[in-house]
Design a binder for this molecule. Structure first.
Ligand SMILES: Nc1ncnc2c1ncn2[C@@H]1O[C@H](COP(=O)(O)OP(=O)(O)O)[C@@H](O)[C@H]1O
Ligand SMILES: [Mg+2]
Length: 224
């Protein structure tokens, strides 16, 4: 098991502005899993992904990463753990707009020892699979939103993370680009990366091994 989410609730704000984003969610994520999460806007998908990624802490309940209680791990250690083990593709991901596409993809290797040449080769491979081979040396500031999103996907994979968390990675992309991303995720999962992603794309959800639906801060497994 990589991650265990146990009876987690999450509320934001207080008093009359209080929102219950998660109302008791449990989820086991095992090594090799390929999990899709679907559900309407506001149902708690991004909040759950952020909790799985140890970016925010739950209000109640526990999260375990590698059998360790995340609430017992210091912030410093958590940020190292995230950098080493987890790849993130979140909406509104920040890229460094003054750097080139290739440089952005290589930023996470700052957390890793490793061969720069090998990483560069892998970065180019990822970018080509995502249909960005033509703009590897372009500055990110010249790119469209959809292109930036794909740079963020390549960046999330450069360290071959054990766990990849992706929040609507095919949102607002055309069909061909979505298909490329779906194919890349399948290949990355087959080579050992555990994936949890949020999607509105039915084909993408169908590609996953397990599909969960969220509604009003709760989660249930959908049998395919
Ligand atoms: N940082 C935040 N502050 C206050 N409310 C939030 C915050 N993030 C999410 N929410 C609220 O929590 C609920 C769940 O949001 P979210 O997890 O983003 O759902 P989804 O990703 O399914 O759209 C929504 O009602 C949303 O408005
Ligand atoms: Mg969301």
């Amino acid at each position: 098991m990589i991650t265990k989410v146990l009876n987690v609730t999450k509320s934001y704000g207080s008093g009359s502005a209080r929102t219950e984003a998660l109302r008791g969610v449990s989820l086991d994520i095992n090594a090799g899993d390929y999990i899709a999460i679907v559900g309407p806007s506001g149902s708690g998908k991004t909040t759950l992904l952020s909790i799985i990624g140890c970016l925010i802490h739950p209000t109640e309940g526990e999260v375990y990463f590698d059998k360790r209680r995340v609430s017992d791990i210091s912030d410093i250690e958590l940020s190292i753990l995230r950098g080493r083990e987890i790849g993130f593709v979140f909406q509104f991901t920040d890229l460094l707009s003054n750097l080139t596409v290739l440089e952005n993809v290589l930023v996470p290797i700052l957390f890793h020892d490793g061969m720069l040449d090998e990483k560069k080769k892998y970065a180019v491979q990822l970018l080509e699979k995502l249909g960005l081979g033509y703009c590897i040396n372009a500055r990110v500031q010249a790119l469209s939103g959809g292109e930036r999103q794909r740079v963020a996907i390549a960046r999330s994979l450069i360290n071959r993370p054990r766990l990849l968390l992706a929040d609507e990675p095919t949102g607002d992309l055309d069909d061909e680009t979505s298909r490329r991303i779906i194919a890349l995720f399948a290949a990355v999962n087959a080579s050992g990366t555990t994936i949890v992603f949020v999607t509105h794309n039915k084909n993408f959800a169908r590609a996953a091994t397990n599909v969960y639906e969220m509604g009003d801060g709760r989660i249930q497994r959908i049998l395919k």
